[in-house]
Write a protein that binds this ligand. Structure first.
Ligand code: FES
Length: 90
């Protein structure tokens, strides 16, 4: 058995059909680029998910372990969330 570690924080981005129609794919790409540009891509893991069954709030994402969910989010909301995570505010 071999061990490996992942960042303490993970953002799960739904890319189900409804969230995708409402821009989640583009938001994911932007977030990935943002983390890279800030030099923190190894501090927050990004994981794309299938539908999380909350389509009426699309696009949705979840930050763990803080269990923060964003609905109908924008790129600006995600940047704020990332800043709060990095400052350990959430
Ligand atoms: S497609 Fe994202 S919650 Fe259903």
């Amino acid at each position: 058995m071999s061990k490996f570690s992942i960042p303490e924080n993970t953002i799960y981005i739904c890319e189900g059909s409804k969230c995708s129609k409402r821009g989640s794919r583009e938001l994911y790409k932007n977030l990935k680029q943002y983390l890279k540009s800030k030099g923190v891509k190894d501090d927050i893991e990004l994981i794309v998910t299938e539908c999380t069954d909350r389509c009426k709030y699309a696009p949705v994402l979840a930050a763990q372990p803080s269990n923060i969910w964003l609905k109908e989010y924008t790129a600006k909301d995600v940047v704020k969330l990332v800043e709060d995570i990095l400052k350990k505010k959430v």
